[in-house]
Design a binder for this molecule. Sequence first.
Ligand code: KG4
Ligand code: ZN
Length: 339
Amino acid sequence: MAGLILGIETSCDETAAAVVAGGRQILSNVISSQIELHRPFGGVVPELASRNHLENISLIIEEALAAAGITWEDLDGIAVTYGPGLVGALLVGVTVAKAIAFARRIPLVGVNHLEGHIFSNFLAHPQLEPPFVALVVSGGHTDLLQVLDYGQYRPLGQTRDDAAGEAFDKVARVLGLGYPGGPQIDAVAREGNPEAISFPRAVIKDAPLDFSFSGVKTAVLNYLNRARQRGEAIDTADVAASFQAAVVEVLVERTLAAAAQCGVDRVAVCGGVAANSALRSLFQERSAGTGIEVLYPPLVLCTDNAAMIASVGYYRLQAGHTAPLNLNAVANLPLESWG
Ligand code: KG4
Ligand code: ZN
C-alpha cells in the first residue's frame, strides 16, 4: 500500500495535522502555534489551549489534505496523539480522529507523543534504521533510550525532576526573557560567556544516565537574588550562557556515554530542545573522533508537529496495531514497546 496516513497532534499548544506517505515522506505538515495566545500568561493555559484546538482543528486538517493534494478516500489510516500531554487538549485531537475514522471507515491508530518525537528523525533521515540511542529532550521530557527496533525501546535514563526544556522556560522567566524560554535563552546566550558563572552539573548516584535540572535552576535563582541584594549588576547574557552550558554539557556527555555503553554508532536527538544551537555544537565537538554520528530533525520537526505522529502511525498500522473507537486521552501515558 502507498500508506498515506493523516496525523493529528493537539497534546499541548500546537494544533497540527500532516499527511505522510510510507512513514517517511512528508506530503504536508500544517502547524498552528498558540504561542501568542499564551504569551501574556508566561506559559500554556490548559483551558485556553483546548478551546483554541477546538476552533482550529477542522480547518487545519482540511488544509493538510489540500496541501498534500489528496482526498479522504486516499487515506489508509488516521493517527492521533493520545498522550502524554494536557488531557483537555489531547481530547480534542482524539475525539476528532475517532469521528473521522468512524465516518470515513478509516483505521485509527493511537500514538504516544514521545514516540512521535523519536520518529521525527525517520522523517528527516531516510537512511536511519534502528538500533540507535535516542535523546528525547523537550518541555515535558528528558529521556535517554535505546531504540532496538521500530517500536522496541529500552529505557536508559530520565530526569528525576524538571525536564530540560522546563528548566530553560523557568530560567528565562526569572531573567525576564519571556515565553517560550528556550529560544530566548539560546539567542541571548550567543552574546554571553558560558564560563562566566559555574552552575552545578548534577550527578545522580547509582544512576549515571539519569538527569536532574532543578538544582541548576535553583542555583540561577540564588545567584540572581544574591546579586540583587548586593546591588551588583547582572549580565543577563552571561547568566543565560552559563546556565545553558551547564544543561547542555550533561545532556551531551550522558548521551554519548549511553551510545558507547550500548555499542551503537548513531544517536538521534529530538524534541524542542534539540533546536538549541549550543547543544548541537557541543554534540559536534564531543562526538568528533568517537565514531558516533549525531542526527537531528530540522527545526520544524524538533518542536511539536503531526508529521511525526503520522510516521509512528504508519509503522504501527503495518504491525497490525489499530485503536478501538473508544480510545481515550491519557495525560501521563508511559512509553511502551509494541514492536
Ligand atoms: O517538543 P516541544 O515543542 O513540546 C513538548 O513536547 O514539550 O518542546 C518545547 C520545549 C520548550 O520548553 C522550549 O523552551 C524548548 O522546547 N525549546 C528550546 C529551544 N527551542 C525550543 N530550548 C532550548 N533552545 C532552543 N532553541
Ligand atoms: Zn513535544
